[in-house]
Design a protein around this ligand. Structure first.
Ligand SMILES: Cc1cc2nc3c(=O)[nH]c(=O)nc-3n(C[C@H](O)[C@H](O)[C@H](O)COP(=O)(O)O)c2cc1C
Length: 320
């Protein structure tokens, strides 16, 4: 695929293949991995603007980053412009370069509270939220969907509103809220949105292979693509699409993630994250039930190393 660096306000993203924010996965270790493999930008998972004021341990973990992450993007969830402005300008986010606003989350309790994809029905409020976040002086990006219902798709007008309110980039998940995470994305909606604005538009949704990434780019004319779930099962998609050479096999990659996570997070967090990631990495492989059981009963990091070795090193060696 023809990939290239992407200008976002004053920042130059090294590639136009982006990693989607994924709650429970896109913590600092996984973002570092995607960066190493060629992803142009990664986002924290969504962080509630309201929760920021409590400074609790869970939010602290979500916001963990280091200078080794070259461009740091935090995603905020909220619908009160004043609260969002305060969060975007807060000391807690001072280490981040980009503020991304979640206008796509379909989860019922978030939707009912007027946040996430509910803001698609309230463009004036969404515009005020964007203007509030812009007070941080940082580039502000929006991640949204093509609409709430399939019979009322509004990608072009909503993206135009985002640009007018000051957004520096809009990533569009080509599905409506009602479709949740399934079904063919509306490529035409993303294409119309791209034609309506001059800021970068990123196309997201349903990319599960290199050829689907290529197709997404061609069908929408977008400035880049954003990959979500598929990157968990095959993070190498970033290196293939961007032409970056990588020698590490899956076993070394997972061991690297285990080492990195255990150095920066507590053991409970490390084990939970590695169990989920290793399970994703086993997708499409047969006979993995016994390994999944081993993974889920594993109680410490040393034991986890042995299990990863059995699954990803010895198994692979047997196959060769
Ligand atoms: C487990 C999971 C967690 C997600 N968390 C977030 C999130 O925190 N913020 C967000 O904007 N989107 C979130 N999404 C949506 C993804 O970023 C992406 O838009 C969606 O999965 C479609 O892309 P894909 O088909 O490539 O996975 C999440 C999706 C999944 C499956």
């Amino acid at each position: 695929m023809n990939t290239n660096p992407l200008r976002l306000n004053h920042l130059l993203l090294p590639s136009n293949v982006l990693m989607a924010p994924l709650a429970g996965y896109t913590s600092w270790p996984f973002r570092m991995l995607c960066q190493e493999l060629g992803a142009g930008l990664c986002f924290t998972e969504m962080v509630s603007a309201n929760a920021l004021k409590y400074k609790d341990k869970a939010t602290e973990k979500l916001l963990y980053t280091t200078r080794e992450e070259r461009i740091r993007a935090v995603q905020l969830l909220g619908s009160d412009p004043a609260v969002m402005e305060r969060a975007a300008c807060s000391e807690a986010l001072s280490g981040f370069d980009i503020i991304d606003i979640n206008i796509g989350c379909p989860v019922p309790n978030i939707f009912k509270s007027g946040e996430g994809s509910a803001l698609l029905a309230n463009p004036r409020r969404a515009a005020a939220v964007i203007r509030g976040c812009k007070k941080s002086g940082k580039p502000v990006t929006v991640k949204t969907r093509v609409g709430i219902r399939q019979d009322e798709l509004i990608a072009a007008e909503f993206t135009k509103m985002c640009e007018e309110a000051g957004a520096d980039m809009v990533s569009i998940h080509g599905r409506s809220r009602s479709m949740m995470y399934d079904g063919t994305p509306y490529y035409d909606q993303i294409e119309q949105a791209k034609s309506a604005v001059s800021i970068p538009v990123i196309a997201n949704g349903g990319i599960f292979s290199d050829s689907e990434a290529q197709h997404m780019l061609e069908a929408t004319g977008a400035d880049g693509v954003m990959i979500g779930r598929y990157a968990l099962q095959d993070p190498y998609i970033f290196s293939r699409l961007t032409g970056r050479s990588v020698t590490e096999d899956k076993y070394s990659l997972l061991m690297g993630q285990l080492e990195l996570t255990s150095r920066h997070y507590d053991e409970t967090y490390t084990l939970t994250y590695i169990k989920k990631l290793a399970s994703y990495c086993m997708k499409k492989r047969s006979g993995t039930k016994k390994y999944k059981q081993l993974l889920y009963h594993c109680g410490n990091v040393e034991e986890m190393k042995q299990i990863l070795k059995a699954i990803f090193y010895e198994e692979e060696a047997d196959r060769r």
